[in-house]
Design a protein around this ligand. Structure first.
Ligand code: PLP
Length: 458
């Protein structure tokens, strides 16, 4: 009874993110009822290994008592405190200080948001303000990468390079430009790391020169492109792109909304990449998805330029829930977990995940297995030599997702036939093995699909 009535209520009233509204009405919602560790349970009582940590965010796993207690305690003592009018709360101040201590280099100033999209959107405003403060407001052109995802705010969606976020929304704006992704598996220059880095460097230089150095404000990159299909750049790619930005006085923004907080191993992927960006965005793992929160880190230079430019006037940027004390309390409890074994477990589990997924490489449908830490992908093809993607009829995004679900596994199934993995960092080796085995079963079943078999013969 209950699930059916929920389905009807959902159909009538709840508008879902990134959904075909009509398609969703037909399919109906799938309700998750509860979760523990890395396992979620749906309304029908089916146990599902969550190989995607919700939406690459529940890094600590479900049911972590310390996070629940931190939130509960904070709700009791002070459920809300504004950051406006010079006010503040202890958890937010302590979280900002601890994050600054962990962040690479001089990223010492933290502005809290509610999630990733508004963190990215805030960077655009901060960067515009920064150049106004410097007396170079004409530096107002932004560059990002094809296949990049930087959220779906009005301005941030134009930095995102996935067409579905543009069509019908009037995005991107004329000041938002793209250069090709490093996408190693399908890069026209081949799979040689040096050649890929050189091509990206050349593309960024060319774009800056086309727009004019005096016009270019900033370049945005994810250390690993997540929503574009888990595209891992060659080692040294971020460093090379960062150097080009330095040379041309262009701010470098690292979008670590997915990669932050242990997803690739360390707390920040940038530290592994050996760079200190000018601004850095995070969300998701910061509170492990238990409560909403994101953040923008600013370097001393960016912060001081804005501060000096504004002088006695307020910097006109803010949100009611910036630096929310309950989210901050959870953020602090998350940091405790990361520091006391969760990062370490994530590193070990990540190595195990990569080794496990690599055993799928000889499966007839697997073109490439890639990843770093607990962030991985399996790209499916019908012809390994020609790297032919699955046919559109295979409807990978729906069919493979449903099939994995039926096999007790939650993964991200991208429409282009890429399977994405981002399990909670608390996973045991046995759970990782199970994720791999359920994927193998899902692939074997997909191999039996008529349209897939037909495509493999051509
Ligand atoms: N930036 C990146 C790299 C992301 O992956 C995401 C979300 O997945 C966002 C920004 C947007 O974050 P949110 O969905 O919290 O608004």
């Amino acid at each position: 009874m209950l699930p059916n009535s929920l389905i009807e209520l959902d159909r009538a009233h709840l508008v879902h993110p990134l959904a075909s509204y009509r398609g969703h009405e037909t399919a109906g919602v799938r309700v998750l009822k509860s979760a523990r560790g890395a396992t979620a349970i749906d309304a029908e009582g089916r146990e599902l290994l969550d190989g995607f940590a919700g939406l690459w965010c529940v890094n600590a796993g479900y049911g972590q008592q310390t996070l629940i207690e931190a939130a509960t305690e904070q709700l009791r003592t002070l459920p809300y405190a504004t950051g406006y009018f010079g006010l503040g709360s202890e958890p937010a101040i302590r979280l900002a200080a601890r994050l600054a201590e962990h962040a690479p280099g001089d990223l010492n100033h933290v502005y809290f948001t509610l999630g990733g999209s508004d963190a990215v959107d805030s960077t655009i405003r901060f960067i515009r303000y920064y150049y106004h403060a410097k007396g170079t407001p004409q530096k107002d052109q932004f560059i990002s990468l094809e296949s990049g995802y930087h959220g779906s705010s009005t301005a941030g969606a134009g930095l995102t390079a996935l067409p579905i976020f543009h069509t019908g929304f009037g995005a991107p704006y004329h000041w938002q430009h793209k250069i090709p992704s490093h996408y190693r598996y399908r890069n026209p220059v081949g799979t040689d790391d040096r050649a890929i880095i050189d091509a990206s460097v050349a593309a960024l230089r060319a774009k800056i020169s086309e727009l004019g150095t005096e016009r270019v404000a900033a370049f945005y990159a994810e250390p690993i492109q997540g929503s574009g299909g888990v595209l891992v750049p060659p080692a040294g790619w971020m460093k090379a792109m960062h150097a080009v930005c330095r040379e041309h006085d262009v701010l470098f923004v690292a979008d670590e909304v997915i990669t932050g907080f242990g997803r690739t191993g360390p707390l920040f992927a940038c530290s592994e990449d050996g760079i200190v960006p000018d601004l850095l965005t995070v969300a998701k793992g910061m509170t492990s998805g238990y409560v909403p929160m994101g953040a923008v880190f600013m370097s001393d230079n960016v912060y001081n330029t804005i501060a000096d430019g504004a002088g006695a006037a307020p910097v006109g940027h803010g949100q009611t829930y910036s630096a929310h004390p309950v989210s901050a309390a959870v953020g602090l409890a998350c940091l405790d977990l990361y520091e006391n074994g969760l990062l370490e477990n994530g590193r070990k589990a990540g190595a195990h995940l990569m080794a496990g997924l690599k055993t799928l490489s000889d499966h007839p449908l697997v073109g490439e297995v890639r990843g770093r830490g607990m962030l991985a992908a399996v790209e499916l093809v019908t012809d390994k030599e020609r790297k032919t993607p699955l046919p559109a009829e295979a409807d990978a995004g729906r069919r493979i997702f449903d099939r994995a679900w039926a096999n007790g596994l939650i993964i991200r199934a991208f429409n282009q036939g890429i399977l994405g993995y981002a399990p909670p960092l608390c996973c045991t080796e046995a759970e990782i093995d199970e994720i791999v085995e359920r994927t193998r079963l899902t692939l074997d079943q997909t191999l039996e699909d008529k349209d897939v078999r037909a495509a493999m013969k051509t």
